[in-house]
Design a protein around this ligand. Structure first.
Ligand code: SF4
Length: 109
């Protein structure tokens, strides 16, 4: 048997094993981290912290610490994902609205 045939045989064996191994391992591969989803105002933590997707809808009577001009977009906890939303350290795995607000707002830099 020549080296060329041996190499070809090894290649074909490796390829066949790869084709078979992929479907077998597909269900056992580590799952990628889930993409963050938009935070709902109905989320229990969001409700507890008075989160509103539109800071203009905040009940200023109920949340005396709310001041006009405060929103997620200028909060320390906010990291923009796009022009309208971003992640928030208070709500891991969720996206908050840039125009949103909750009672743990802290002025960002
Ligand atoms: Fe928005 Fe800041 Fe509250 Fe997060 S902590 S929801 S960024 S105001």
């Amino acid at each position: 048997m020549s080296n060329d045939k041996l190499t070809r045989r090894r290649f074909l064996k490796a390829t066949a094993a790869g084709v078979i191994a992929v479907p077998l391992t597909a269900g056992t591969l580590p799952v990628r981290a889930q993409e963050p989803v938009a935070l709902s105002e109905d989320d229990a933590t969001a409700k507890a912290l008075g989160y509103k997707a539109d800071a203009g809808a905040v009940d200023a009577g109920k949340y005396a610490n709310y001041k006009a001009g405060q929103d997620c977009g200028n909060c320390l906890q906010y990291k923009a994902v796009d022009d309208a939303q971003g992640t928030c350290a208070i709500f891991p795995g969720k996206l908050v609205a840039k125009a949103g607000w909750c009672q743990v707002w802290v002025k960002g830099g």
